[in-house]
Design a protein. Structure first.
Length: 320
């Protein structure tokens, strides 16, 4: 059990208490801290070590105000520093100024408790820029989290982390190029209307977490809700690649204005057709800029709104 499957803003005291009730142990994705980070340089270095270590293995949650016994959640004790806003800003400044390269998308939030105290929840996302170095004064070091704690990264581990990120970006681009070739060869999941097609590919970074369960009917219902405003109606079915939602179905010969294909590994292909509007005599064609912009916004916004486990979460690449 972890908190990573719960949207950040929805983590509450009940979710924290379940960590204690279920005796959830610290892991690669969760770290308990009874007290807030101190203000000395030593305390700041320790905090930076914890945050960069989590970032360098794929992201996770740090919980300041949750006590543990031998790494097992023991109490949602909370902290009461006087001003959680000030503490949140202090921590945000430390993360911004003392980590290189900067970790984009770190969220910090004070979770209120019935006692009046708070747990300071820090969610560190998977990063496209790993590995990240903690740097404070003359101290500069790469850290990595493992099941038993944190350790300083070796030269080989730093090199492997760099290669892993770069290789993923390259593989994502190669996959997208293969998908474009299929569409150009008229082998798209459905036949798009002629005169201008737009393809949006959304490729999340592999997380090692749960895969999108496309066989689950509740998941399918949620995916069917990701449709353009002009959809008017749609069909859906399982395919070899994943779950397809579209106007028309493969092999029907019908021309379609859109489709959305959800792959088993979380990648998404959103296709729009018929974007060129021709004159009465067919002598010219125009692409309406707002139509293209709205199509991209709908595709990306709709996909990111899916909450099912294994759905697209940051970091990800969007190809248009």
């Amino acid at each position: 059990m972890s908190l990573m499957d719960i949207p950040f803003e929805q983590v509450d005291e009940a979710a924290l208490q379940r960590l204690v009730d279920n005796q959830v142990r610290e892991s690669l994705v969760i770290d308990y801290k009874l007290a807030l980070p101190g203000k000395s340089d030593g305390a700041k270095r320790e905090c930076l070590k914890d945050i960069t270590a989590v970032a360098n293995v794929g992201g996770g949650d740090l919980l300041f105000g949750v006590g543990d016994e031998d790494g097992v959640a023991a109490a949602v004790a909370g902290v009461s520093p006087g001003s959680m806003d000030i503490e949140s800003q202090r921590l945000a400044s430390l993360v911004r100024d003392a980590i290189d390269p900067r970790i984009h998308g770190v969220n910090i939030r004070a979770v209120p408790l019935a006692s009046g105290d708070h747990v300071l929840h820090v969610r560190v996302p998977r990063s496209l820029d790993a590995p990240h170095m903690a740097q404070l004064g003359k101290h500069r070091q790469f850290w990595m989290r493992n099941p038993s704690g944190n350790h300083s990264m070796s030269t080989a581990e730093v090199r492997n982390a760099v290669m892993r990120t770069e290789n993923w970006k390259e593989r994502a681009d190669q996959w997208r190029r293969r998908r474009l070739e299929l569409v150009e060869d008229d082998e798209a999941p459905v036949r798009l209307s002629p005169d201008g097609a737009l393809l949006v590919h959304i490729v999340p970074m592999p997380s090692g977490g749960p895969r999108l369960n496309l066989a689950d009917q509740a998941v399918q219902r949620e995916l069917r809700g990701v449709t353009p405003r002009f959809a008017g109606g749609w069909n859906y079915r399982m395919t070899y690649d994943g779950y397809l939602v579209a106007r028309g179905l493969p092999g029907s010969g019908e021309e379609n204005h859109w489709y959305c294909l959800w792959f088993h590994d979380g990648r998404v292909e959103y296709g729009f057709g018929g974007l060129v509007r021709r004159g009465a005599d067919d002598s010219y064609g125009q692409i309406a800029g707002p139509t293209v912009e709205h199509s991209i916004e709908e595709a990306v916004g709709g996909v990111l709104g899916v909450q099912a486990p294994g759905a697209v979460k940051a970091p990800f690449i969007v190809f248009v």
